[in-house]
Design a protein around this ligand. Structure first.
Ligand SMILES: Cc1ncc(COP(=O)(O)O)c(C=O)c1O
Length: 298
């Protein structure tokens, strides 16, 4: 296990390690976090973006681009929110085995799962080929900058060397504090408490949308801290909705910036519900649905 300063650093470390192992092209899901795509592009690797469909990353499109590694979010696609289906997982692992490629499983919010049994890690299906990446950013705080990479033994030296070249070592005090929190059972209790709290927020959000802006169908709601609202074909465009909300003092986020390829772009809004403090959540929710109700009236 290699501890890093957030997944953001883990990504750069992995790109350096992959380069040292002879990889020159890496694939990333489209959509994905633009900052992560840029961070990978700033390394000597070429980044290719691969579209997703309702089952996850499209393995047929991946295969045509012949990357040496692929970054995926199988538990909760970032941003669209679906879980990768068992069939797609099997196809992805088959592709990786045939191509001699490495998979990086970015499990950024796997602890918050509401409606279904936990989705097993891809890494468990092929631990020799899949690097698992976890982070404390959603469970505790993004400001902690603590993430971990579970690396197959044959890749460990390259990843440790890349981490050493990047910043030597992540802070021991933060790691020891987190280890103590886990061992004491406090972390587990915190996750259980927060899971209930976030599930209640998610339920309030879904109910308020159904009442005030039923044309907007939330998806990706089974896990994580955000939902996606796909835009109906009638009414304002994504940009118009974001601009209107900004004029009303509500910061809406469109899906557009998350797509590398405009052809893959499905218009939608990203609504995160983790950030407001508990006492401010219902007020924030009211402001949101007031604006959405103006844009897509019942
Ligand atoms: C897809 C994805 N991966 C990983 C992370 C976590 O990144 P970090 O650990 O650098 O905060 C996030 C955070 O929002 C994310 O959206």
């Amino acid at each position: 296990v290699v501890v890093c300063g957030g997944f953001a650093q883990g990504l750069t470390v992995l790109c350096r390690a992959l380069r040292s192992l002879g990889v020159s092209v890496v694939a990333m899901e489209d959509p994905w976090v633009p900052a992560h795509r840029s961070a990978a592009s700033a390394t000597p690797l070429t980044v290719v973006s691969v579209p997703v469909d309702g089952e996850g990353m499209r393995v047929d499109a991946l295969a045509t681009r012949s990357p040496g590694a692929a970054f995926v979010t199988p538990a909760h696609q970032c941003m669209l929110g679906m879980a990768m289906t068992p069939g797609r997982r099997a196809a992805l692992l088959r592709w990786a085995a045939d191509a001699g490629a490495i998979l990086v499983e970015d499990d950024y919010d796997g602890e918050f799962r509401y409606d279904r049994q936990p989705v097993g890690a891809l890494q468990g299906l092929d631990p020799e080929r899949v690097i698992y990446a976890g982070t404390a950013s959603k469970t505790l705080a993004p400001g902690l900058r603590l993430a971990w990479l579970v690396v197959p033994p044959q890749l460990a030296d390259a990843v440790v060397e890349a981490k050493r070249l990047t910043d030597g070592l992540s802070g021991a005090l933060d790691q020891l504090t987190l280890a103590d929190f886990i061992e004491s059972g406090g972390f587990d209790r915190h996750i259980r408490r927060m899971r209930l709290r976030y599930m209640r927020r998610r339920d309030l959000l879904v109910a308020a949308l159904a009442e005030r802006a039923p044309a907007l169908r939330p998806s990706g709601i089974a896990a994580g801290l955000h939902v996606i609202l796909s835009l109906p074909s009638h009414g304002p465009t994504e940009d118009e909705a974001v601009a209107h909300a900004a004029r009303r003092g509500v910061a809406l986020l469109g899906l557009g910036p998350f797509f590398a390829d405009r052809d893959n772009h499905v218009p939608g809004l990203v609504v995160g519900y983790g950030t407001p403090p508990e006492h401010g959540f219902e007020t924030a929710l009211r402001s949101l649905v007031d604006v959405l109700g103006e844009l897509w009236p019942v």
